[in-house]
Each structure stands twice: as structure tokens, then as C-alpha cells.
Design a protein around this ligand. Structure first.
Ligand code: SAM
Ligand code: SF4
Length: 326
């Protein structure tokens, strides 16, 4: 079987696919002024998504994460989940969402074939949640998580961006929340993007600080499989949930990179912080182009760099993560 391996010998069983750059939230670190120049009218169509996902599956990809912008804003969102889920070889269909109206919709996503769910919640305090996202919707988002667990999803992951002087005092509140629930809270270091160097300087907090706090409280780092990606995961015998730490600024973070990205315009992005993407769109127009598409993906992958250059302040072409899906 053909597979996706780069010059460094890393394998890529995981594709993160952005299906729209449109978003309705105004997260301070991502789209603080809202979404002004969305390209959602020219986003890849359901047929283009099917061809793309089929080509990646033929190259050994078994996990596809659907992201955005806010992916659930697409009117054909259910069809997209269903189509990807039915591609031979795709075992995991994950969704990353801000949780908008999820309390009313998540059961349908599961029916359509979603197997894994990541919900972004940066604060469990309603006023702070509103300050960060521009929306007073914490209850709605939490209600959606309850529904997802009740509907049979074995676990839910929550993405929480760590921000100094904003939500850095909330660790205990998050820990209390996951005591009796199978939820993994993944604390993500704030990453610098082209739009927000000042916000980054003011609010970036190293995950190592939280790591120390967790170890002190009796949490232990879990052993994860070799291909598990760059998150560190922690467990505690008294807690049903887990904590994940994603520290892109740590040394060796890129060694375990196992993911590629395609944005909503059909550009293959070799890294979140790459200088450019490589268009696949001209090869998504007909089912007869599959072999050419597969060859193009393999060829472009050989251009992947060893690592990102964030530590040198080089954020690449990524002005904010809503463009590329995080
Ligand atoms: N709108 C969806 C959501 O918020 O879950 C999906 C897209 S969003 C870009 C994906 C993830 O990227 C979210 O968990 C978000 O918190 C995270 N993110 C966005 N900008 C970030 C930044 N500068 N640093 C770290 N994480 C960021
Ligand atoms: Fe929208 Fe997600 Fe960015 Fe927040 S992080 S503004 S929800 S794309």
C-alpha cells in the first residue's frame, strides 16, 4: 500500500481538514474583530471533499478531523461527516467545534458518523467565557457535551488555550469538572500568529508551569503509543477525566508530527506555520483524477520542513488559525 512518509521518516495517518473559514465567534486570540473577509463561498464542495478524503485514505490516512472556522456553520455539515465516514479506510471522523448550538445538533452529528469530538472552552466561568469568545453561550456548549456523552460518545476532548492573566487561575475549576466525567481537557499553549504578536507577548504562558502544578497534585504522565502525536497526557486515580498538554514551543515538538492539513480552499498545508500552501484543487474536479491527486500529495509532502520556526518569531503565512483549522 502507498503511504505518506516525509524525508525525515515521519508518517501521516491524520488529516485535519478545514471546510470553511467562516466563524461566528470572536475569540480574542483568533478573530477578535470577527470574521471579515471569509472565503466561504468558494470553499471546497462535498464532492471535492469526498475525492480529497478518498485520496488520503488510499495513502493510509485513517483519521480525518473536520475543522474550520466553525465547521458546523456549513449547511451540508451532516453530509460531509457521513461522506467521510463512509470512505473505506477512514476509521475516525473527528470534529473540532466552538460548540455553537451543539446542544441541539450533536446527536445528529453522531448519527451521521462522527466518532470523536473536540470542543473549545477557554473558561468555565460564564462571564470570562463571554469575554473571550464574544458569546454568552457557556451553558449551551456544556449542554452539548452532556448530550454527546449521553448519546454514547465514549469520551469528549475539550481544547483550552492557556492565557496568562485571563484563564490561568482556572486549573482547579477544570480539574473539578472532569473528576467524574470522561473528558480530556487539552491545555494548549497560545501560539503566535501574524495578526496578534502583542496579544501573544502579553498572554503566552508556558505549559511547563501547568505541568509542574499537575505533578504536584499527584497527576502522572501517561505512556502513549509512538504514533500518538505531540500531546502529553496526564491521569490521576481519583479522576475519571484526563489532562492533555500541547506545548508547541517545547523542544522536539515537531519530531512526533503526524498530521497534514488541507484548508477550505483545497490547499495542502505542510505545517500550521508554513509560508505557503500547495493547491490540490485542480485535481479535485473529477473522480478520474485520483491517481494524479495521490501523486501530487506524495510529491508535495517531500517539501515538509523538519520543524516550525516559531521560536524565532517566524509565524509563516498564518495570520490566524481560523484560516487553517488549528
Ligand atoms: N472554531 C472551531 C473551534 O474553535 O474549535 C475550530 C477552529 S479553531 C481555529 C481550532 C482550535 O484552534 C481551537 O481549539 C482554538 O482554541 C485553537 N486556536 C485558535 N487560535 C489559536 C492560537 N493562536 N493558539 C493556540 N490555539 C489556538
Ligand atoms: Fe472561531 Fe474557533 Fe477561531 Fe474561536 S478559535 S474565533 S471559534 S475559529
Amino acid at each position: 500500500m502507498k503511504k505518506l512518509q516525509d524525508r525525515q521518516g515521519r508518517n501521516f495517518p491524520y488529516l485535519r481538514l478545514s471546510i470553511t473559514d467562516l466563524c461566528n465567534f470572536r475569540c480574542q486570540y483568533c478573530l477578535p474583530d470577527g470574521c471579515h473577509t471569509p472565503q466561504h463561498k468558494t470553499a471546497i464542495s462535498l464532492d471535492e471533499i469526498r475525492r480529497l478524503a478518498s485520496a488520503f485514505a488510499a495513502l493510509g490516512t485513517n483519521k480525518i478531523r473536520i475543522s474550520g472556522g466553525e465547521p458546523s456553520l456549513r449547511s451540508d455539515f451532516y453530509d460531509i461527516i457521513h461522506t467521510i465516514r463512509n470512505i473505506p479506510g477512514i476509521e475516525t471522523v473527528a470534529v473540532t467545534t466552538n460548540g455553537y448550538k451543539m446542544d441541539r445538533r450533536v446527536e445528529r452529528w453522531i448519527d451521521a458518523g462522527m466518532t470523536h469530538l473536540n470542543v473549545s472552552i477557554d473558561s468555565l466561568e460564564p462571564a470570562m467565557f463571554q469575554r473571550i469568545t464574544g458569546h454568552n453561550r457557556l451553558d449551551e456548549v456544556l449542554g452539548g457535551i452532556d448530550k454527546a456523552l449521553a448519546a454514547g460518545l465514549p469520551s469528549v476532548k475539550v481544547n483550552t488555550v492557556l492565557m496568562k492573566d485571563i484563564n490561568d487561575k482556572e486549573l482547579d475549576r477544570f480539574l473539578g469538572w472532569i473528576k467524574d466525567q470522561p473528558i480530556t481537557v487539552r491545555l494548549i499553549e497560545l501560539m503566535e500568529t501574524g495578526d496578534m504578536p502583542d496579544f501573544f507577548q502579553k498572554h503566552h504562558l508556558s505549559g511547563l508551569v501547568v505541568r509542574q502544578q499537575l505533578l504536584k497534585k499527584g497527576w502522572t504522565q501517561m505512556i502513549r503509543p509512538d504514533n500518538a502525536g505531540p500531546a502529553q497526557e496526564f491521569s490521576h486515580p481519583d479522576y475519571q477525566g484526563h489532562i492533555g498538554l500541547i506545548m508547541p514551543y517545547s523542544r522536539d515538538f515537531c519530531n512526533s508530527c503526524n498530521r497534514l492539513r488541507v484548508n477550505s480552499q483545497g490547499n495542502l498545508q505542510l505545517c500550521l506555520f508554513a509560508d505557503k500552501g500547495y493547491s490540490l484543487r485542480h485535481l479535485l474536479q473529477s473522480d478520474n483524477q485520483q491517481e494524479l491527486l495521490i501523486a501530487r500529495i506524495q510529491e508535495v509532502l517531500q517539501l515538509k520542513e523538519d520543524k516550525h520556526f516559531l521560536d524565532q518569531g517566524n509565524t509563516g503565512a498564518t495570520t490566524n488559525l481560523s484560516i487553517i483549522g488549528g
